[in-house]
Design a protein around this ligand. Structure first.
Ligand code: B12
Length: 131
């Protein structure tokens, strides 16, 4: 886990955890991305990214989370860099990266991975990022 932490740290990601895939394999959401889950998946690696953009000083009265770059694109760019690095670190293993479109109940997986608790708002409450 330490080497994975270091790897994600290179991309500015510090909130990362892992939980067993078996905890969720019987309750996967039905979506197209289900077919991308590697056969015999063992672990779910969960990482958090914050919507908060402290540099936004624009004139408009917009919710901060609405001015952040589209996280699907951010995650796709990240995938292009992180996946090869993970594969190089663990050449025997297979990885697939999902952002939002995963069949895994992500909020509960994040809680199971030790990244926070499930808030009454239905979201992960993380000690660093909050809700
Ligand atoms: C389907 C889905 C949606 C659908 C919900 C459609 C519906 N109501 O049926 C749509 C596309 C509308 C949506 C929108 C958003 N979503 Co959404 N969504 C999901 C997804 C893919 C599956 C959730 C699900 O169906 N679970 C299964 C059911 C049985 O469990 P459930 O607890 O009843 O699920 C409900 C809630 O999750 C709720 N919901 C979904 N998203 C959000 C976001 C917020 C803020 C809230 C309060 C509730 C909520 O809708 C689900 C169905 O009723 C998850 C990712 C994942 N794979 O888990 C993300 C996820 C829950 N969504 C998330 C986010 C961030 C959003 C948005 C804020 C994105 C945005 N920037 O606009 C919006 C806000 C929606 C809102 N204010 O209600 C995050 C929450 C992160 C966190 N901190 O916990 C997740 C985990 C994705 C992610 N990894 O970023 N979402």
């Amino acid at each position: 886990m330490e080497s994975i932490r270091r790897l994600f740290g290179r991309f500015g990601i510090t909130e990362i955890g892992v939980c067993p895939f078996s905890a969720f394999e019987n309750e996967l959401l039905h979506c197209r991305a289900k077919s991308r889950v590697p056969q015999g998946a063992k672990s779910i690696l969960v990482f958090l990214m914050s919507y908060l953009q402290p540099s936004y000083t624009g004139p408009r009265n917009l919710a901060k989370y609405a001015v952040a770059p589209d996280y699907h694109r951010v995650a796709a760019r990240l995938a292009a860099e992180v996946l090869p690095a993970l594969e190089a670190l663990y050449p025997e293993e297979q990885f697939a990266l999902f952002a939002d479109n995963s069949p895994i109940p992500e909020v509960r997986a994040a809680c199971a991975a030790g990244l926070g608790v499930l808030g009454v708002n239905g979201l992960v409450i993380n000690p660093v990022y909050g809700s």
